[in-house]
Design a protein around this ligand. Structure first.
Ligand SMILES: [Ca+2]
Ligand SMILES: [Ca+2]
Length: 232
């Protein structure tokens, strides 16, 4: 069984994808949308058009580079009888997202400084983003789960109808543990962020903004006062 958090509709709230392998109860790939008002999860599998049995080996990426997360999935025969295997051939599928890019987004590729900072792939870096009074966080991961779940290292944040990103802070993980902040960024862009150098348009290479270094705050055992403090 694998699960993945993704904001498939780019409304700024994470949704849940459940891939249930081939345990014997007709398991299907399922998608649950987080209601942005109640924060309850609603089964939207039928709406998403999933008809995928014995799913496993999830991987998330914006395969068609249109600003929303698409889903790569395989399936498994591990617990099936010979007759069942004949009915469900082994296969791989890509489900293209036709919903997410109706909302605003930002797509980010982080590059660490290497020897003088974070690793080049920026594994372990944490991004905290604020737009329209809503704070989101994403941590770049080098893979997890016993099926070797690895997503694209490029990160997409859904921004709903926000017209700008008020503030974005990168907590680089590595030598110096730099903290860098950017502000007033445009949505619906593909950005590249190079540690110590700044943020660039990933398509044209144009420099957008230099980073503002932020001093790390002393950690305490007190209960976090703000949403952002809670993410640190
Ligand atoms: Ca969502
Ligand atoms: Ca896409």
């Amino acid at each position: 069984m694998s699960v993945a958090w993704l904001d498939f509709d780019n409304d700024g709230w994470l949704d849940l994808l459940v891939s249930s392998s081939d345990y014997p109860d007709n398991q299907m790939l399922k998608l649950y949308r987080q209601n942005p008002k109640t924060h309850k999860f609603e089964n939207v599998t039928e709406f998403a058009g999933f008809n995928w049995q014995n799913s496993t080996q999830l991987s998330l990426a914006d395969f068609d580079r249109d600003g929303d997360i698409d889903i790569l999935v395989g399936n498994t025969h591990m617990r099936l009888t010979k007759e069942q295997r004949a009915k469900i051939p082994l296969a791989t599928a890509v489900f293209r997202n036709n919903v997410g890019n109706k909302n605003n987004f930002v797509s980010l590729k982080l590059i660490g400084a290497g020897k003088t900072g974070a690793n080049k792939a920026a594994i372990g870096a944490r991004i905290v983003l604020k737009a329209s009074g809503h704070t989101q966080m994403h941590e770049i991961s080098g893979g997890h789960g016993h099926f070797g779940h690895q997503d694209d290292l490029r990160v997409i944040f859904g921004l709903a109808k926000a017209q700008k990103i008020d503030e974005m802070t990168i907590y680089w993980h590595g030598k110096n543990n730099r903290i860098e902040r950017f502000s007033n960024l445009q949505p619906n862009k593909f950005y590249k962020i190079i540690e110590g150098k700044g943020i660039f348009d990933a398509n044209t290479g144009a420099a957008i903004q230099k980073p503002t270094p932020v001093k790390p705050q002393k950690r305490s055992n007190k209960k976090p006062k703000t949403e952002e403090e809670d993410f640190r």
